[in-house]
Design a binder for this molecule. Structure first.
Ligand code: TRP
Length: 339
C-alpha cells in the first residue's frame, strides 16, 4: 500500500555531476522503487528560467537531466516523472497562491536576501538585476509541492526555508478557503537526509557547479579517468601514511564503496598507498557503478523522442491529479461557472 507521498524537483540548469548523483539522484531513485511510497519527481524547467536565460542551455540541460534519471533506473511506472512546464495547472495554482502569499514572507527568502546583500556590497541599487522570478520563486515552488499534496519533500539544506514557506502559504490558504475539518492542502515537510554524503570536488571544496570543480556524471571512460586524476592531493610519497579524513579521493571512494571496501581503503591509506594507485582504484570503482547507465544515457541522448515520450506519459499521470484538484481550487476561490 502507498502510505506516503514524496515529491521533489530538479532545476534544469547544468549537467549532473557525481555530487548530485550521490546526494540526490541515487537516494531518490532508490526511494522510487519502494512499494509504500508514491514518488513525484519533476524537471523544474520554469525554475531554470530564473537562473538561466540561454534557451539552448535550458533545453539541453532538461534533456540531460531527464536522460540521467531514466538511465540510472528511475522506475517510471512506479514513480510519476514529469516536466513542470507540461503541467499548466502548476502555473495557474502559482497565481492563486501568489494572492495568498505575504510579501513580507518573500522579503525574508535567503536567495533574495543574498542577492540584495551582494548589490549593497557592490554599491548598486538593492534591486539591481533581481527579477520578479527570483523574488517570487518560493511561491512557484509552493505550487509545485501543493499541487500534488505531497507531505514529504526531500531537499538539500538550502531549500528548507522554501518548503517552510510552502507550508506557511498552504496554511493561510486552508484557513481562508477551506473548512477546518477538510483542509484543501496537505502541509508539506522538508526531509533532509544527514546520512547522505556531500561530496567534495576536484579542489577539495564542496562539489558544485558554481565552483567549477565538478566531475560530470556521464563522462566517457577516458574523461572520467582524467578528471579523477585531477583531484587535488597533498605531496606525500608512496609509502608514507595518508589521512583518509582529509582526502577527497577517500571521500569519493566511501560514497561508492561497500563498508568492507571502505575499511580496506582506510588500511591502504595507513599503509601508504601511492596517490596514483588510489586514484586508479577509485576510477575502477566509480566506472563499475556507472558504466551500464552511461551506455543507456548515450542511447537516450541519441533518441530524444523516446525521452519525450516518457515525459509525456508522466505528464498524463500527473495531470490525472492536477486537473481535478485545480478545478476544486478554482471553485474554492470563487472562479467558477456562473449559475
Ligand atoms: N528549488 C529547488 C532547487 O533549486 C528545486 C525545486 C523546484 C524543488 N521545485 C521544487 C524541490 C519542489 C522540491 C520541491 O533545488
Amino acid at each position: 500500500m502507498k502510505t506516503q507521498r514524496v515529491l521533489t524537483g530538479i532545476t534544469t540548469t547544468g549537467t549532473p555531476h557525481l555530487g548530485n548523483y550521490v546526494g540526490a539522484i541515487r537516494p531518490a531513485i532508490a526511494a522510487s522503487r519502494r512499494d509504500d511510497t508514491e514518488s513525484f519527481y519533476f524537471l523544474a524547467d520554469f525554475h531554470a528560467l530564473i537562473k538561466c536565460q540561454d534557451p539552448a542551455q535550458v533545453a539541453q540541460s532538461t534533456k540531460e537531466i531527464a536522460a540521467t534519471w531514466i538511465a540510472l533506473g528511475l522506475d517510471t511506472d512506479n514513480a510519476v516523472f514529469y516536466r513542470q512546464s507540461d503541467i499548466p495547472e502548476i502555473t495557474e495554482l502559482c497565481w492563486l497562491l501568489t494572492c495568498m502569499a505575504a510579501k513580507g514572507l518573500m522579503n525574508r527568502a535567503h536567495a533574495y536576501k543574498a542577492a540584495v546583500a551582494a548589490n549593497q556590497e557592490a554599491g548598486e541599487d538593492p534591486d539591481f538585476g533581481i527579477s520578479m522570478g527570483l523574488y517570487s520563486y518560493p511561491v512557484l515552488m509552493a505550487a509545485d509541492i501543493l499541487m500534488f499534496n505531497a507531505r514529504q519533500v526531500p531537499v538539500g539544506r538550502d531549500q528548507i526555508q522554501h518548503v517552510e514557506m510552502a507550508r506557511d502559504i498552504a496554511g493561510r490558504f486552508n484557513h481562508h478557503y477551506s473548512r477546518a475539518d477538510k483542509p484543501l492542502f496537505t502541509l508539506p515537510e522538508a526531509v533532509v537526509d544527514d546520512q547522505v554524503a556531500v561530496l567534495q570536488g576536484l579542489d577539495g571544496r564542496k562539489m558544485s557547479k558554481s565552483y567549477g570543480n565538478t566531475i560530470p556524471l556521464f563522462l566517457s571512460e577516458k574523461q572520467l579517468r582524467k578528471h579523477i586524476n585531477k583531484i587535488k592531493t597533498n605531496l606525500l610519497e608512496p609509502g608514507e601514511a595518508k589521512d583518509p579524513e582529509t582526502s577527497t579521493v577517500f571521500q569519493i571512494w566511501q560514497a561508492f564503496a561497500t563498508p568492507q571496501q571502505t575499511a580496506e581503503m582506510r588500511q591502504a591509506f595507513a599503509d601508504g598507498i601511492a596517490w596514483g594507485e588510489a586514484k586508479k582504484q577509485l576510477f575502477a570503482l566509480v566506472d563499475a557503478e556507472l558504466c551500464e547507465a552511461r551506455e543507456k544515457y548515450n542511447q537516450l541522448l541519441a533518441n530524444p523522442a523516446h525521452i519525450e515520450e516518457i515525459l509525456q506519459q508522466g505528464a498524463q499521470k500527473a495531470r490525472r491529479y492536477s486537473q481535478p484538484f485545480l478545478q476544486q481550487l478554482r471553485e474554492a476561490v470563487g472562479v467558477r461557472a456562473l449559475t
